[in-house]
Write a protein that binds this ligand. Structure first.
Ligand SMILES: [Mn+2]
Length: 430
């Protein structure tokens, strides 16, 4: 039996109120798709089997380097975070796994695993942290970690990654994600080549410690916290790393880690073609790594990314097994609501991409019929797939309207009473 944090009666009541309208909408959409030669139930089944991991840090309130304004009922540690993740999974049925961050989530891994099992949650990729100094840490990462000039600092960072793998093994995770903040703030501060050589040597030591059935994901980011140069700044460098390390190394794409207007969907296609796509950190942005909710600014880009993923699935691309995670900072919304809405937007992009008529698109591309090729994509994007996503949730025991059910449950008020405020606002991106 899975522990359910929201009363089943509240979910049932929410669904009862919306069920008749959903049945009508689903049937109307089914007719429309049938005319296009698409079986709506087949699409719904695929959407129902789609899962995206919740990052443990996502359920806490985020902030910027200017300030962090604490929200009510914030989780006090990993066990509270798992409860919040279970709410998201119970209502959306789209987030069956959690991605942990060490040292932020450090606790007895056996107890974490038991709590995950009780809540019906699995554990996705493990995230190491050598971009900030942990309490009581011997050496500082102020001037870098895996690429630091001092071998002892690099060794400390290697050992931290190995410890993160060991914790992940107990939890049943199968991947390590490594993002570093290493780089330089001023021209002349760092020798690009030597720093990258040191990074590669250190990563080779981490790679050597991977269990046979594990993968390592490296994540690129164009700038920040280093503002002049970054060690792993773009997908090209990321690809070089994966090539240097070996077959268990893959490139992770965080949608926010690119300059504005970069064609991210083409990067996705390249990494799939050369069998090095690890997966995604989903979020949205207007200017840079804004960490906004997935699909909130540019849903068309999210659709175009999924168009490449579904195309790879359709072509049965070799070594194609992407890991999906949300990576956002919720500064002004209830994190549980933002994460539910984001999971739904990610499913929406997937469902829309499933509606693309691929043989027809290919024929237009071959014939250089530019306008009709574009219209073929837009037709899928412009279809309101909300009934499909709601039906997929309902079929798996979730809520037709997760936000409404969550608000009706008063979960936030309940945990606010149970979790005393840590107080005030503090700085820090999380
Ligand atoms: Mn990320």
């Amino acid at each position: 039996m899975t522990d359910l944090p929201i009363s089943e009666a509240i979910v049932a009541e929410n669904n009862k109120a919306a069920e008749a309208a959903l049945a009508n909408d689903y049937s109307a959409l089914g007719e429309q798709l049938d005319r296009r030669g698409i079986d709506i139930d087949a699409v719904t089944r695929k959407v129902a089997s789609f899962g995206v991991a919740i990052p443990s840090w996502g359920v806490g309130t985020g902030g910027t380097r200017f300030a962090r304004f604490a929200g009510p009922g914030e989780p006090r540690g990993i066990f509270d975070k798992l409860d919040d993740c279970a709410v998201i999974q119970q209502l959306t049925r789209a987030t069956p796994t959690v991605s942990l961050h060490i040292p932020w989530d450090k606790a007895d891994p056996v107890a974490i695993k038991a709590k995950g099992d009780a809540l019906g949650l699995g554990f996705d990729a493990m995230n190491s942290n050598t971009f900030s100094d942990a309490k009581d840490q011997a050496l500082s990462y102020k001037f870098g970690s895996l690429s630091h000039t001092d071998k002892a600092v690099r060794q400390q960072a290697i050992e931290h990654n190995i410890e993160t793998i060991e914790i992940g093994r107990v939890l049943g995770s199968k991947a390590l994600t490594v993002w570093i903040g290493d780089g330089s703030n001023f021209p002349g501060q760092s020798n690009f080549t030597r720093a990258f050589e040191r990074y590669l040597d250190a990563m080779k030591a981490v790679y050597a410690a991977l269990p046979d059935d594990w993968r390592v994901f490296t994540e690129h980011k164009l700038y920040e916290p280093a503002f002049y140069s970054t060690i792993v700044q773009d997908w090209g460098t990321n690809y070089l790393i994966a090539q240097e390390l070996g077959p268990k190394a893959f490139c992770l794409v965080d949608l926010g880690h690119h300059a504005p207007n970069v064609n991210i969907e083409m990067i996705v296609a390249r990494l799939i073609q050369f069998r090095k796509l690890a997966g995604f950190h989903f979020n949205d942005s207007k200017y840079g790594d804004d960490d906004l909710d997935a699909g909130s600014i540019n849903p068309f880009q999210l659709f175009l990314v999924f168009n490449e993923l579904v195309d790879a699935e359709y072509r049965k691309a070799e070594a194609f097994d992407p890991a999906y995670m949300i990576d956002q900072s919720h500064n002004v919304t209830d994190p549980i609501e933002s994460l539910m809405a984001s999971a739904i937007e990610i499913q929406r992009a997937y469902a829309q991409a499933l509606l693309v008529d691929r043989p027809v698109l290919e024929a237009f591309q071959e014939a250089n019929d530019v306008l009709m090729a574009r219209e073929t994509l837009k037709r899928a994007f412009n279809t309101d797939v909300s009934p499909i996503i709601a039906k997929a949730r309902l079929a798996k025991g979730g809520a037709i309207d997760p936000i409404a059910a969550y608000r009706a449950s008063a979960y936030r008020a309940r945990v606010t009473a149970e979790r005393p405020a840590t107080g005030g606002s503090s700085s820090g991106i999380v």
